[in-house]
Design a protein around this ligand. Structure first.
Ligand code: SF4
Length: 172
């Protein structure tokens, strides 16, 4: 993908076909070829980026008094909340160079308003953003964001591409 004057777009690594998911399965998105012809794609995986293994025990977002926490689905002793929040801080230099991001739906790290939230008993109680995505929404509120389902709908995809180009033109 190399250096170019194309706008840089961050992408959840699993959508690029990297084998980084908790279950080790492949999730290459069919729109990636279209994206890579127009943008320089930068792979980001919060969970592997903080040193978690592949495969690994799945985590989910749990509402606690102290806020949303990423706890193990089977083992609530697993708590990767601070690790995942720290990943954003460690990648600020990269994220500030981006003109957009495409993130995986429903993930406790990457989901944009699509991630199921649970209580401590495992009962679902609404939707929110994954910890990495939520941090981006807070720290980069004008950065264009999309998830892979938006890429599947042409109008939403074209709108996102246009937003990325405008953001790039304004900030370069
Ligand atoms: S959804 Fe995010 S954290 Fe999960 S495997 Fe994909 S890039 Fe990594």
């Amino acid at each position: 993908m190399g250096n170019s004057n194309r706008p840089k777009v961050g992408v959840s690594s699993c959508l690029l076909g990297h084998l980084v998911r908790y279950d080790g399965r492949e999730k290459l998105h069919p729109a990636i070829n279209l994206l890579s012809s127009q943008f320089e794609l930068i792979a980001l995986c919060p969970e592997v980026g903080v040193g978690l293994s592949v495969p690994r025990p799945p985590v989910q977002l749990v509402k606690l008094n102290r806020g949303l926490s990423a706890l193990g689905v089977e083992n609530r002793e697993i708590d990767v909340t601070d690790l995942l929040k720290g990943y954003l801080q460690s990648q600020l230099h990269i994220i500030s160079s981006l003109s957009g991001m495409i993130l995986k739906t429903r993930s406790p790290s990457c989901g944009i308003n699509t991630t199921p939230l649970f209580d401590l008993n495992g009962e679902e109680s609404g939707y929110g953003s994954g910890l990495f995505a939520a941090g981006i929404q807070q720290q980069f509120p004008s950065l264009p964001l999309a998830d892979e389902e938006m890429l599947e709908e042409q109008l939403q995809r074209d709108t996102f591409f246009q937003e990325v180009r405008h953001y790039h033109a304004r900030n370069s």
